[in-house]
Write a protein that binds this ligand. Structure first.
Ligand SMILES: O=C(O)c1cccc(C(=O)CC[C@H]2O[C@@H](n3cnc4c(=O)[nH]cnc43)[C@H](O)[C@@H]2O)c1
Ligand SMILES: [Zn+2]
Length: 353
């Protein structure tokens, strides 16, 4: 258990239950998952960067005034990833951190455009993530899959490049399962990305754009209608539109909820004002995620503890939440059954003890 993340309003034995609970994570960014140790190591390797090498100074550096500031800082960490070996190390270490939290399966959002435009060879980039994926599965038992996202603010050139990397059989990595859209939403309308999502979906990828994180419910509708979203990244502002909530619930379109992220980027004022309860009340399938955990001073276990407090969950409720993520994942049926069975066995043993 990470001491600084122990929520005093959540009983310690519930924290311990969460720490051992087998989990799946569906919304977590590659560069945004770099631990302070990895960030410091990379910053020391590249002294021209403005990223601090001292982990304590990183806490200040990772304090954001608004969403735009967050993206600015995010890109300064992206600038530290300069070689295929940096990519491999980052991916492998992210998987190690996940395994420590009993994450059995994760769909990691990667922005290949940000790396290829900074000069990393596309083939070497794909080999690096695939190498790390295979090593993580063999050594930690954590299964990784990729979501390639368009950094929308970088324009349609980035969409063109991302969809090429995601659909060209000569470069597309084996672990790729989905196609996303990230970055700021203000001034970056979803409908303009329709042709790229059409192409990705035609190539067999699932559609998982961010929407409704920093803009209103219309962005979520656009993601559903134009981008044929199968899950929504964040979807926070859906709570302002009862018709949208009913639609998400009826169609079983999951929300990838990231509570601490929404506070850190100031998309939501406080955890107590987070709409997660409105989502569950409306019958929406809620999954719990960490987004960019070290940047937001959190981890997936802490997000489950936050959810337990906000939703008033006990062990069974937390196990159901973990099973929501399995259900909403793009794992095959035997893979889903295996993790669900593991969650049930763990919970039964815990409650019998
Ligand atoms: O790489 C570039 O050169 C570049 C140029 C202009 C704009 C961008 C971006 O906007 C990159 C955004 C970046 O942020 C990632 N991310 C991480 N967490 C979140 C989140 O909570 N909401 C939205 N985006 C997020 C995203 O994956 C992009 O890689 C880049
Ligand atoms: Zn995100």
């Amino acid at each position: 258990m990470t001491e600084h993340l122990v929520d005093p309003d959540v009983p310690r034995d519930l924290h311990a239950f969460i720490a051992g609970l087998p989990k799946a994570e569906l919304h977590v960014h590659h560069v945004g998952s770099a631990s302070p140790r990895i960030v410091s190591e990379l910053a020391a390797r590249h002294p021209d960067s403005k990223v601090p090498t001292d982990p304590e100074a990183l806490v200040d550096f990772f304090t954001f005034t608004d969403f735009a500031h967050f993206i600015d800082v995010y890109l300064s960490v992206v600038d530290l990833i300069r070689t295929p070996e940096d990519v491999r190390l980052l991916t492998y270490e992210v998987a190690r951190d996940m395994a420590r939290q009993q994450v059995r399966y994760a769909e990691l959002t990667i922005t290949p455009f940000s790396s290829t435009r900074r000069g990393i060879d596309e083939g070497a980039f794909m080999d690096a993530i695939e190498d790390a994926r295979k090593a993580a599965e063999a050594e930690f038992g954590t299964v990784l899959r990729w979501c390639f996202d368009i950094p929308g603010e970088a324009g349609l050139e980035s969409a063109e490049e991302t969809v090429r990397l995601a659909t060209d059989d000569r470069v597309r990595p084996e672990g790729l399962v989905s196609f996303g859209l990230g970055g700021p939403e203000i001034g970056v309308g979803r409908p303009q990305f329709k042709p790229y999502f059409d192409q990705a979906i035609a190539a067999g990828l699932h559609s998982v754009p961010h929407a409704g994180e920093t803009t209103g419910p219309q962005t979520v509708w656009d993601a559903l209608t134009d981008l044929r979203a199968e899950r929504i990244g964040h979807g926070t502002s859906s709570a302002r539109d009862p018709r949208l909530l009913a639609h998400l619930a009826e169609r079983r379109i999951p929300l990838e909820v990231c509570p601490t992220s929404n506070i850190a980027t100031r998309a939501v004022r406080s955890l107590d004002e987070h709409p997660i309860k409105e989502f569950t009340r409306a019958g929406v399938l809620v999954t719990i995620n960490s987004d960019d955990p070290p940047m937001f001073g959190t981890d997936l276990n802490n997000e489950y503890a936050v959810a337990a407090r906000l939703l008033g969950l006990d062990e069974r409720g937390l196990a159901d939440l973990a099973k929501n993520a399995v259900e909403a994942s793009f794992l095959d049926a035997p893979g889903k059954t295996r993790i669900r069975d593991e969650i049930d066995a763990y919970t039964a043993k815990w409650l019998a003890a």
